[in-house]
Design a protein around this ligand. Structure first.
Ligand SMILES: [Zn+2]
Length: 482
């Protein structure tokens, strides 16, 4: 069966750079006008800075718009919703749309009203995952849901899904969490059959077997657990072709383990494609190939990579903090929102060498800004700078490690001035080889960090991660310095 869908090959993803930027600017100007008039938050910001939408004419003027930080969203999430009053519609709607609405209104008043409501009235919400503080709502209107469906389908195609594929979603919380929400929309938008049986591992394995699933979306550590359970149950899943993973960094070691398990399940040539997104952006982006970079959707957002201290743009492919500005979407929208993430490989604008798309691409690895969320990748242990990504890499490369967790703590928890300790909790495949594995991990961690870890064996460690939407693989138990 061949289905020729508009979403499979949208023109916008292949436009020459100049045309693409022209389109983005047009949409940006419209969005700025909307935000200025109808977003309580941005109306205040523009007024406070004496800024008018017309002050932003080109990409270089983007820096005039102040950065939006997460705290501001947490303080007043509803102020980020576009909420036009009736009398404002003539000011904010494009002329063509306004005339069509007026004509409709003359014929059927109710119908015209419903059309406006569909564009602006929030009907769906997703929540930030609450890594820091309380979950924060981000709202979608009917207009957004149509757009989201299109974007999700396009992402699926970019990352190697095919129409007719049977896709299994293993992200939890399909209704109110971005990853699961997008995975299900992605599969259904390309006429794939979405299956979603969150968190009931054995049942989802049996369903996957019966339906002969081809694509699986989920958090890497959960897919790893799920694969192991499937092997223990003696299930074969030979048709799996592609994994769509997000929510955790996938190291080389982790990738190889996933491939090995897939092979044992009977699947050959498994592709693993990572996604990057955040609830606030209202979408995730995908890679077309390993290391192709995350393909942005230029018709709904402008992505920037900037210096993390000065917020000035950095050069092509240079490391920096990731920002985005919505240029389409209604409901909750953001201008120059600071994601708190760092793109080590920056952003590039040349044509993708793999798929030929001309969209800007954001390059891995993705880290976190230290002073932003105090999430850990580079930290100090015993006064020595330690790269936790390097440590997780060497642990994941160890073949006997079934699962692990890194804990940074104080030698004496009641004394904040006692020495730091780095504890590596592990669960092993082969319990008999635990002593040997522990020694190997001590050596490997020392070789990349100059810190000698304490290795502890924890039975059932992998189960602990299953119940949590974002497994806390690295935990800092040290008191926060004032
Ligand atoms: Zn590509």
């Amino acid at each position: 069966m061949t289905i020729n869908l508009k979403i499979t090959n949208p023109k916008v993803e292949f436009l020459p750079r100049r045309e693409l930027e022209k389109l983005q600017l047009k949409k940006l100007r419209y969005m700025l006008n909307l935000a200025y008039h109808t977003s309580p938050y941005y109306h205040r910001v523009f007024k406070k800075h004496g800024l008018k939408p017309s002050d932003i004419q080109g990409f270089k003027d983007l820096t005039k718009i102040p950065i939006t930080k997460r705290e501001e969203l947490m303080n007043s999430p509803k102020d980020f919703i576009l909420q036009p009053r009736k009398e404002q519609l003539t000011k904010i709607l494009p002329k063509k749309k306004l005339i069509s609405l007026l004509v409709k209104k003359a014929v059927n008043k109710k119908k015209a009203e419903v059309e406006v409501l569909k564009e602006f009235y929030p009907v769906r919400v997703t929540f930030t995952s609450g890594r820091s503080g309380n979950p924060v709502p981000v709202f979608y209107t009917h207009y957004d849901l149509d757009l989201f469906s299109d974007i999700a389908g396009r992402g699926a195609i970019i990352s190697g899904s095919k129409t007719g594929m049977v896709g299994l979603n293993l992200f939890p919380r399909v209704i109110d969490h971005l990853a699961g929400f997008q995975a299900v929309f992605a599969f259904q938008s390309i006429f794939a059959i979405p299956v979603s049986i969150s968190m009931m591992t054995e049942r989802s394995i049996r369903a996957a077997e019966a339906l002969e699933v081809q694509g699986i979306a989920g958090i890497p550590s959960y897919i790893m657990y799920w694969f192991r359970r499937a092997l223990e149950m003696g299930v074969k899943l030979p048709k799996i072709q592609v994994l769509f993973v997000a929510g955790e960094r996938v190291s080389k070691g982790w990738r190889e383990k996933l491939m090995k398990y897939a092979e044992e399940l009977g699947a050959e040539d498994l592709k693993i494609r990572e996604g990057y997104g955040l609830t606030e952006a209202k979408h995730a982006m995908l890679e077309c190939e390993l290391d192709s970079g995350f393909h942005t959707f230029p018709d709904i957002a402008i992505w920037e990579v900037v210096d993390e201290k000065t917020f000035e743009p950095v050069g092509e492919g240079e490391r920096g903090a990731i920002l985005f500005t919505h240029i389409d979407y209604r409901g909750t929208i953001f201008l120059r929102y600071l994601t708190g993430d760092i793109a080590e490989g920056g952003i590039t604008h040349e044509k993708c060498p793999y798929c030929g798309r001309t969209v800007p691409r954001i390059h891995r690895p993705i880290g976190r800004m230290m002073d932003y969320l105090r999430e850990l990748h580079i930290t100090k242990v015993k006064g020595t700078t330690v790269n936790l990504n390097a440590i997780t890499d060497v642990i994941e490369e160890n073949g006997n490690v079934k699962d692990y967790q890194i804990v940074i703590a104080k030698e004496d928890p009641s004394d904040p001035y006692s020495r730091d300790v780095l504890i590596v909790r592990i669960e092993c495949h082969s319990q008999d080889e635990y002593e040997k594995t522990a020694r190997e991990i001590v050596e490997a961690v020392r070789s990349v960090s100059e810190v000698t870890p304490i290795v502890k064996h924890v039975e059932g460690l992998s189960e602990m991660f299953v119940s949590d939407i974002k497994a806390h693989r690295v935990v800092d138990e040290r008191p926060v310095e004032a």
